[in-house]
Ligand binder design. Sequence first.
Ligand SMILES: *Cc1c(COP(=O)(O)O)cnc(C)c1O
Length: 371
Amino acid sequence: MIPFNKPYLTGKETQYIEEAVKLGKISGNGDFTKRCQSYFESTFGFKKALLTTSCTDALEMCAMLANIEQGDEVIIPSFTFVSTALAFIRQGAIVTFADSYSDNPNIDATKIEALITSKTKAIVVVHYAGVSCDMDTIMDIAMRHNLLVIEDAAQAICSKYKGKALGSIGHMAAFSFHETKNIISGEGGLLAINDEHFVNRAEIIWEKGTNRAEFFRGEVNKYGWVDTGSSFLPSEIISAFLWAQIENINDIQNKRLAHWEYYHKGLNDWAKNNQIKIMPIPETETNNAHMFYLICKSEEQRKALITHLKDREIYAVFHYLSLHASDYYKEKHDGRVLPNSDKFTNQLLRLPMFYELNPEHIVKNVITFNG
Ligand SMILES: *Cc1c(COP(=O)(O)O)cnc(C)c1O
């Protein structure tokens, strides 16, 4: 069976882990963590990068930094992973779920303003499949209403919007290095801070509510409990693994992009003939080949295509189930229908995408499907 995802190892991961162990410091915020963080800051232009143990953690830090309190409202797309909403729910937020565009799963920026009330504190955007949301419109709305913008950039490493790295546009952003993402550390994440005034507090929340980071830089002469927080920093063992991935990030990206292009060329005619749409990439935006997805004409067609591929030992998978209709939130949702989010819930299908993929084999098998 060809899996949907296969974690790629560059070969240096265990060597760097061994180095970290030999250095004698395997807790957090050591050499490898600092190396990774400076890479992200200098390459993507973040004011501050902090590694976390997951993207979910980084999002929780965002919710804390945004001072989300009981009853505050946060606007979040319904077509996303649970963590995007959960991080804010834990702080007591009420989530106002927003719909997607009709032709792609990103939050429909033209419908955000109607959802804003006097209790709204933040807009959380998700760059689905690493393709940017309409950031100019969203930042403009946020500025006019004095709201924070948090980018869930879990899938968006190395992708850009009008020349700017995703994750560098909102006030803060969260990335994931889960084994299903482009660069990985098993579990892992990154908090990116772009608004300088959150940097100091982010470091404190990261290190259990203490000013430990300032202490080790010699900026204060003792450290203690100064704020809320948790233990969000990864061990050096994780950071060492991630460093091996970062060293090969260009190779990883080029390989994935080549697979993506092969899919795109090879499936274009077939898709048209079957009334299937291939994921759109708007002209102002880049593609980081995180994902290759199709939008089937119906749920039945998607089911038939999944079966067709499964019979040929290829594992293609659908994705999110609208969060506004989830068991956890449906009672709390305000009742608005979100037809586009539901459409992607029922009709979106992802083809296998990973470094060692043989896309020719997949295309050959996909195009024998007629329906
Ligand atoms: C993967 C993903 C997450 C969660 O990332 P973790 O690192 O597993 O916590 C959150 N949001 C989106 C959009 C994701 O794709």
